[in-house]
Ligand binder design. Structure first.
Ligand code: GLU
Length: 330
């Protein structure tokens, strides 16, 4: 990395992690697992734990969903320090970041449709993502000025590898320029895109440890690029957690409505059952039993965490009918 270094820990101050749900509906059990593990790792180690609602996608997020998530977390026994924040309430820091990138001539506006980009870029890479190639950068000088307008802005992605050192998954090598090309950092809704918002917030909130689902591992490489482009002197450590699948092996998602916490709660499931299932999934208890979130944090030592990660590397976790039955058992 050119100008950002891995954060060796801030002397004299505690480390900070964050829970960063997207309030687009009921939390599903996969979300709960990542949030619970992030919380438990942070609490065991005595770190600050923040709650940040990632509600910038106005078409999907809602204030009511933020309230519902807080209610679900409290019900599960997961707490946080300080007041929860909502990204949509503080847009200035994102404008500042865009101006910073603009001053380094690293962002440009582009109104090319996905289709136009796809046609120009040829076949999408394996993830099906549309790559924005350098040839499509605009010549018009005005496009390199950021005015917060309702056009997509993209950040230049320089070619070359980006190495992600993950506390749990080890070293991974990505090449954002061949995967995504120039990535969107500002959307035509006049709001920051996910990648920019996360980097700005993790920096300004002093987050030293990002703990989240492994589906976001490639994003870590893209976020490292933005950390460097913004000349942030520190960047967080990464901890990417294995994710939960449904019985058919697909990633558990919001479409699986009946795996939502609110839906389970409405069906009479107790929070300690849900945490108990998480403990069994994490290899912390062989036989199913109900436990509290606090007991879960006590059981989760570093060895348990590492055993869980290496087991799930070969045996991905699935939410089965037996799991559901156990949750619903009186
Ligand atoms: N808001 C994202 C999600 O719910 C998580 C982002 C992150 O942890 O960086 O998937």
């Amino acid at each position: 990395m050119a100008d950002a270094q891995a954060n060796p820990g801030i002397p004299g101050s505690t480390r900070t992690t964050r829970l960063a749900p997207s309030p687009t509906g009921d939390l599903h059990l996969g979300n709960v697992r990542s949030l619970l593990l992030a919380w438990a790792i942070g609490r065991r180690a005595g770190w600050r734990v923040l709650l940040r609602h990632e509600d910038l996608d106005a078409s999907r997020a809602s204030g009511d969903a933020c309230d519902a998530i807080e209610d679900s977390l409290r019900w599960l026994g997961i707490d946080w320090d300080e007041d929860a924040t909502r990204q949509s309430e503080h847009l200035d820091p994102y404008h500042d970041a865009m101006r910073r990138l603009e001053s380094r001539r690293l962002v440009f506006s582009s109104s090319l449709s996905r289709r136009a980009v796809r046609e120009a870029a040829g076949a999408p890479h394996g993830g099906g993502e549309v790559r924005f190639p350098a040839e499509l950068r605009p010549d018009d000088e005005r496009a390199w000025r950021f005015d917060g307008s309702d056009t997509n802005f993209r950040a230049i992605t320089r070619p070359g590898p980006e190495i992600v050192e993950d506390e749990l998954l080890g070293t991974h090598r990505f090449d954002p320029s061949s995967e995504v090309g120039d990535q969107i950092v500002w959307t035509k809704a006049g709001r920051p895109a996910y990648q920019l918002a996360v980097v700005v917030d993790d920096h300004r909130q002093g987050v030293t440890d990002v703990i989240r689902g492994a589906d976001l591992l490639p994003s870590a490489a893209r976020q490292q690029r933005l950390h460097a482009d913004l000349r942030f002197e520190t960047r967080p450590r990464w901890w990417h957690l294995p994710i939960v699948h449904d019985e058919s092996g697909r990633r558990l998602a919001k479409r699986d409505g009946d795996t939502g916490v609110e839906a389970l709660r409405a069906a009479g499931v107790r929070p300690d059952r849900i945490i108990g299932l998480m403990a069994r999934w994490s290899g912390m208890s062989g036989t199913p039993r109900s436990i509290t979130a606090a007991a879960f944090a006590d059981l989760l030592d570093e060895d348990a965490l590492r055993r869980m990660v290496s087991r799930e590397a070969t045996e991905p976790l699935r939410f089965t009918k037996e799991d559901r039955r156990w949750l619903l058992e009186p």
